[in-house]
Design a protein around this ligand. Structure first.
Ligand SMILES: Nc1ncnc2c1ncn2[C@@H]1O[C@H](COP(=O)(O)OP(=O)(O)OP(=O)(O)O)[C@@H](O)[C@H]1O
Length: 724
């Protein structure tokens, strides 16, 4: 069991490094302390309510308003309603509020529609990738729209100036996802063309001054400041004092060596010792979460008394919608819900029953090295900003407690204040295509320009809207090396056409499919190769972290199960075998269990596959199966992922490969069906880094397909790498 101590305090304990604030909790609010309070009363109690007039005044008079307010102060749910009440959605206009995550979009939209007493999908709606619950089909009556920042970027393809929106609120801006940063950069440009557009940037922990500096433009817009519709260009900063309910923080005295085990012990001791209230545990990814769910279930079996009454639920993006929704559903009286989640529950989410949070202090993060051109998803420490957001989940509707599985000293002295923006630690292929396809009136990038960057003359890279992709005004500048790497791949993928226009039909089709450009290209290629049915299945499986159940101590059984589906061609073809088996079983959970296949993951695959099929048909892809011809499937994978080609080192006895792009040493991951088979030429989908760089999801190829798929990439950049 992890050891906790409570940082000593004479006043009622407030959030960690807190400087004071309003405690909204009042034990006299009802006889039980937290009895029924009408929704209107709940709204009025939120700290942001007192700032209603100030917010409306600032939005009226400033092009950009930055709102900083503690988690739970009511920014997300209230500000869009204030704007609507003040008339910002009159005359057919729409108020948009973006979130970095899909789950938050759905949850917040549903809460706001409930508060306004309207049906979700009408006056209040939401749009996330693959799902549009707004009233655009019938009467266009949606006035407040919640959406992910990625979806708003996509909307710019149809309406580059986002003309239907009067106010766009970019929420949780501190997360600095790639999509948020691209969006902020483009919104700044749109503001120059649409002085009447208002922006609100909100977060609990954003560095308001640097964000204000980013939006402050000295250039005069059309019209004079102070005239109708012409707001001040200098952003306003508003700090909302006060928070939701009080959250007591506990730290471990000594660092824990196994955070999964420590999280499980902590849940058990909360369950044994603390009053009723649900528990939200933050771990890093599907593997951790599945392991913790299993450990808690085992505890329940071994120690019936103490763990009976626990309802344990996983929460991660790879779960089907129905399985995710379970975390919001009520459970039988007298039971305690334990939700074990990735950081998808970190911001904007209110899980009503949660009174306890257990924070492992870690999350999965992307790290990209543009020199080696390798991107890894690694388990890394979170920032203080994330830790605060996590703790905040315990104090949404009543006071709560947060148990941090790290020491207070570590929190104070070592944890960074904010995370590194994703744009500075990611491969930029998706970012460039998002930025460019969202740019004003389409953006022209010419090849000459790309070559010029290589010799340092950036000014020739012409773009309309984005004058120079390297000089583009991002809130955090990406490294030029990473940008050049991304442009090379995009050109070779055919996203830039022969005339070096980003607006080529192939480029637009790739941009239209809401997946990574390499996966989208693989789907487009499957159309010509006659294997779109198979490739869409593969694309759906690749968008899930894993379709296997991995149980500690049962690795051998899992390996044996995998062998039943193994194909000599590699993992992608093996995935197709699993999918076929799942369908043949009638999508049976029993079949999944017997074969170590994760039933929830397969339900999600079926869901994504259906959505991808619809998108593919919309952009003119004919659904066709190649039956048993797996060569065309491998060629289609090559068409998308040619940049990840590797060659087995001659005389290598330990299975060492070198990447063609950057001669990095890589190995086939033990989870791959090609582990120890070591074909001479392979392509991988992603790399994981442990003691070595391991390739995940590997397929064997014929090297001549690389030149067929990407002649520019291989003949121009890597001329001697492929045998002719
Ligand atoms: N689904 C819900 N059920 C019950 N109460 C809710 C729900 N959603 C929001 N609330 C209440 O409204 C409060 C404010 O939520 P809101 O998301 O607007 O805050 P916020 O300031 O944006 O916080 P964050 O930065 O964490 O998103 C919550 O703390 C909670 O009390």
């Amino acid at each position: 069991m992890a050891q906790f101590w409570k940082p000593g305090t004479e006043r009622p304990p407030l959030l960690d490094d807190d400087e004071g604030g309003i405690l909204l909790y009042s034990a006299s609010s009802s006889s039980s302390g937290y009895g029924y309070v009408s929704i209107e009363k709940q709204r009025q109690r939120l700290p942001v309510f007192k700032y209603r007039m100030a917010i409306l005044y600032l939005v009226e008079t400033h092009a950009t308003t930055i709102v900083v307010g503690e988690t739970g102060s009511g920014k997300t749910t209230q500000i869009p309603q204030f704007l609507k009440e003040a008339g910002w959605a009159d005359g057919g206009r729409v108020i948009a509020c973006t979130q970095p995550r899909r789950l938050a979009v759905q949850a917040v939209a549903s809460r706001v529609s409930e508060e306004m007493g309207v049906k979700l999908g009408e006056e209040v709606g939401y749009t996330i990738r693959f799902e549009d619950l707004t009233d655009r089909v019938t009467q266009d009556s949606t006035r407040i729209k919640f959406l992910t920042d990625g979806v708003l970027l996509r909307e710019m393809m149809e309406d580059p100036l986002l003309t239907k929106y009067s106010v766009i609120m970019v929420d949780e801006a501190h997360e600095r996802s790639i999509s948020t940063d691209v969006l902020l950069g483009l919104l700044k440009k749109i503001q120059r063309r649409r002085p009447e557009l208002r922006l609100i940037i909100s977060s609990a922990t954003i560095e308001a001054k640097s964000m204000a500096a980013f939006f402050h433009t000295s250039k005069k817009r059309r019209g004079l400041e102070g005239e109708d519709c012409v707001p001040k260009t200098e952003p306003a900063i508003l700090s909302v004092e006060g928070r939701g309910f009080n959250v007591q923080i506990f730290y471990v005295e000594e660092p824990v060596s196994d955070y999964i085990q420590a999280a499980v012990s902590t849940v058990m001791s909360i369950h044994d010792q603390e009053p009723m209230g649900d528990i939200l545990v933050f771990l890093t990814g599907q593997d951790d979460i599945d392991a913790a769910v299993r450990l808690l279930t085992e505890e329940a079996q071994n120690n019936r008394k103490s763990s009976s009454g626990l309802v344990v639920l996983p929460l991660y993006s790879g779960l089907s919608r129905a399985d995710q929704d379970l975390v919001f559903s009520p459970i039988p009286r007298g039971k305690r819900k334990v939700v074990i989640s990735t950081n998808i529950a970190e911001t904007s989410l209110t899980l009503e029953g949660v009174s306890y949070v257990v924070d492992s202090g870690f999350s999965k993060q992307r790290f990209y090295n543009p020199i080696s051109d390798i991107e890894n998803l690694v388990v890394a420490p979170i920032s203080k900003a994330s830790a605060r957001q996590r703790a905040g989940r315990a104090g949404r509707v009543r006071p709560g407690k947060c148990y941090r599985l790290y020491s207070e000293e570590y929190f104070v002295k070592e944890m960074s204040a904010e995370g590194i923006p994703e744009m500075q630690r990611s491969n930029l292929v998706s970012c460039v295509i998002q930025g460019c396809s969202g740019a004003l009136e389409g953006c022209l990038l010419n090849m000459e320009g790309i070559l010029d960057i290589r010799v340092g003359r950036r000014d020739k890279l012409k773009a309309l809207g984005i004058d120079n992709i390297l000089g583009f005004d991002w809130p955090a500048s990406p490294s030029p090396e990473a940008m050049i790497r991304a442009l090379e791949v995009l050109y070779s993928l055919g996203v830039l056409d022969d005339d070096a226009k980003l607006t080529s039909p192939a480029g637009f089709q790739v941009a239209e499919i809401p997946l990574e450009p390499m996966v989208s290209k693989m789907i487009l290629a499957s159309n010509q190769l006659g294997c779109s049915e198979e490739i869409i299945t593969i694309a759906a499986i690749l968008s899930i972290q894993s379709i296997w159940i991995s149980v500690r101590g049962q690795q051998k059984d899992l390996d044996e199960a995998k062998l039943r589906f193994a194909a000599a061609e590699g993992d992608h073809v093996s995935f197709l075998n699993v999918y076929k088996g799942f369908l043949r079983s009638g999508k049976s959970p029993k079949w999944c269990n017997k074969n170590f296949v994760n039933y929830q993951a397969m339900r999600k695959v079926v869901e994504i596959r259906e959505q991808l099929k619809r998108i593919a048909q919309r952009i003119g892809i004919v659904l066709k199966s190649c039956e048993s011809d797996m060569q065309v499937v491998r060629k289609a994978v090559t068409a998308g992922f040619f940049a990840n080609a590797c060659n087995l080192e001659a005389f290598s006895h330990n299975g060492m490969y070198k990447t063609i792009r950057s001669s990095q040493e890589v190995y086939i991951h033990p989870s791959s069906v090609l582990f120890r088979v070591n074909p001479k030429w392979v392509i991988y989908n992603s790399l994981v880094s442990t003691d070595r760089q391991y390739m995940r999801n590997v397929i064997s190829i014929n090297p001549s397909w690389l030149i067929e798929a990407a002649p520019h990439f291989y003949q121009h950049h890597h001329p001697n790498s492929i045998p002719h």
